[in-house]
Design a protein around this ligand. Structure first.
Ligand SMILES: [Fe+2]
Ligand SMILES: [Fe+2]
Length: 259
């Protein structure tokens, strides 16, 4: 039965180290077949570079998804066009670098991965609910499909879960960096969670050193943010699916990095 591990936003070096430390054990313990990670904060806490993307692939990611910080580092723009297994939201403009869907194969099973970005409280993009139809056609031949809906508003993510229930294996939310307590398989067979959370330092404020985040909120003055290193955890979900596009279970994986 294919098992898909989806890892929430990997934040900075602490997040990458945590993935490197925990992934081999999780693979063994859970029998993981596919690893999909959200890497939009992998480089220094914001965005991703070719070097950090290569590092995530070397650690064991099969596919990397992104979000609103996709284009922060200019050097990744051509990489997004060249590397098939890194995705930016499918509902970005067609002229923006990269692609929004891909299919990977392991032991004869094909996993389609789709990245979408929400339309509420985030930068401009095409309507997610319109873009998903054409994007699903790109992964029509896949046995299993996982959609990473990178969005701020819980309502948009819940609605997409219901909208795609029965048509894809999983709809997982990212972006807020805080895991939600609503993981479940919807009646049509789609595994769903509003937010997977982040893989990074729990001692900060969604990945940022907490004294810097608090200072900005107290003083309303700009402060240079640095990623926190304190108390890193992995936030992930494991989805098992015995039938095509039908999940049997979704479980949260929330663990501290070994000290
Ligand atoms: Fe993020
Ligand atoms: Fe984000």
């Amino acid at each position: 039965m294919p098992a898909i591990l989806f890892v929430g936003d990997i934040v900075a070096a602490a997040g990458r180290r945590t993935l490197r430390a925990l992934l081999p054990g999780l693979r063994e313990e859970l029998g993981v077949d596919f690893v999909v990670v959200n890497g939009e904060n992998a480089a220094g806490g914001v965005g991703i570079t070719p070097q950090t993307a290569d590092e995530l692939f070397a650690i064991g990611a099969d596919v990397i998804t992104l979000g609103n910080h996709t284009y922060r580092h200019r050097e990744v723009w051509p990489y997004l066009d060249q590397e098939q297994r890194i995705l930016r939201p499918a509902n970005f403009l067609t002229g923006q670098p990269g692609r929004g869907a891909c299919v990977v194969e392991r032991d004869g099973a094909k996993l389609g991965v789709v990245n979408l970005i929400g339309n509420l409280y985030l930068g401009p993009s095409n309507p997610a609910f319109a873009a998903i139809e054409g994007t699903l056609e790109e992964v029509a031949g896949a046995d299993h499909v996982l959609v990473d809906m990178h969005a701020e508003a819980t309502s948009e993510k819940v609605a997409l879960g219901w909208h795609l229930d029965g048509r894809v294996t999983a709809v997982v939310g990212t972006h807020t960096h805080v895991p939600t307590a609503d993981a479940r398989v919807l009646p049509g067979g789609t595994a769903y969670i509003t937010d997977v959370g982040m893989t990074g330092a729990r001692g900060g404020v969604i990945g940022v050193r907490r004294e810097q985040s608090i200072a900005t909120m107290r003083t309303h003055m700009p402060i240079r943010y640095e990623p926190s290193e304190e108390d890193p955890w992995i936030n992930a979900v494991l989805i098992r699916a015995s039938q095509p596009r039908q999940a049997d279970a979704i479980v949260q994986i929330l663990r501290a990095a070994p000290s």
